[in-house]
Design a protein. Structure first.
Length: 315
């Protein structure tokens, strides 16, 4: 995806774009604002088919971006006064930081629900669920509705590989490029239910940002900086029950990363704000790739039936 715009934030050059429907048949229909936030170790490209379908079918104004340290947002100014040396890496990519960056981005594009600005619907995948919840519950970001997709919002975090990479990041930095590439591709393959899905170019598209010396270091950094405390802070205070908008939870039934019991736990914690849930068969963690048609229908239906005028773009 072409992320032609940028936000300079604490050393990072965060790339984003705002895409608008071109629907001449409905020139007076107010555009609904929506934000798509990807998870790890992906980029905004995972939402490309869904976004293109939405723009073709309705009136939308969509903010899409790559998280700091991911995809097209890997450029970091090492001279920044806010340089972080946590885990011996320059630049913060933690969930805690990403929530602050999202808050600043929404303010910049005037989709923060303040001062007459629209409060967008938000679609968040994987750790983006925690990023969005922190932005909402701790930084007072206003959202009209919230869709949490295979969201990693309860503890513990990570499988055996991620726990090892978090505890021994230097080991993964020292891997020969060809071996590291094999690791990155294996991680990608584990996120889908049907391997053939990746043979249409998706495996290369998802793996490419992490190749080369810089990409390898950036991949390891985002794993090493994952901090359970960023979730525990909200769980310990029972904040999920204070979500101020309607919520939908989507999960791929063959997700090998996020087991069903974690999703059910999240649903319980959200409580009465949960309005819908969709458990999609024959889909893994990257549900939007395994079942693109079904996923797009779930998103379109949710955005059509739920929400309010708060999400309408200002003319």
């Amino acid at each position: 995806m072409d992320l032609a715009l940028s936000l300079k934030f604490e050393g990072w050059n965060i790339r984003y774009n705002i895409l608008k429907s071109q629907d001449p048949s409905a020139p007076t229909r107010p555009a609904k604002c929506a934000v798509f936030v990807h998870g790890t170790p992906w980029s905004s490209i995972v939402f490309k088919p869904t976004i293109e379908a939405l723009l073709a079918r309705g009136s939308y104004q969509i903010l899409v971006y790559d998280l700091a340290g991911y995809g097209q947002s890997q450029e970091f100014d090492t001279s920044s006064s806010t340089t972080s040396s946590e885990n011996e890496f320059q630049g913060d990519t933690s969930v805690k930081f990403q929530a602050r960056a999202l808050t600043e981005l929404l303010k910049q594009v005037q989709m923060d629900g303040r001062g007459g600005h629209p409060a967008p619907a938000v679609i968040a995948h994987d750790i983006a669920g925690t990023i969005v919840l922190r932005a909402h519950l701790l930084h007072d970001c206003k959202f009209d509705t919230m869709m949490l997709v295979d969201a990693n919002c309860v503890l513990p975090w990570g499988d055996g590989f991620y726990k090892l990479a978090r505890s021994e990041p230097q080991t993964f930095l020292k891997l020969p490029p060809s071996i590291f590439e094999a690791v990155a591709r294996a991680v990608t393959c584990s996120a889908v239910h049907e391997p053939k899905v990746l043979q249409t170019g998706w495996e290369d598209a998802l793996t490419h940002p992490w190749l080369g010396a810089d990409g390898q270091r950036n991949f390891v950094r985002q794993v090493a900086q994952a901090n359970d405390g960023d979730v525990a802070e909200m769980l310990d205070a029972n904040l999920y029950g204070r979500v101020g908008c309607d919520v939908k939870v989507v999960w791929g039934e063959q997700d090998q990363w996020i087991p069903r019991e974690k999703i059910e736990d999240l649903i319980r914690k959200v409580g009465g704000r949960l309005k819908e849930k969709a458990f999609i068969p024959a889909a893994g963690h990257l549900v939007m790739l395994d079942q693109p048609g079904r996923f797009t229908i779930e998103v379109f239906d949710w955005l059509t039936r739920f929400g309010s005028e708060r999400s309408h773009a200002v003319s």
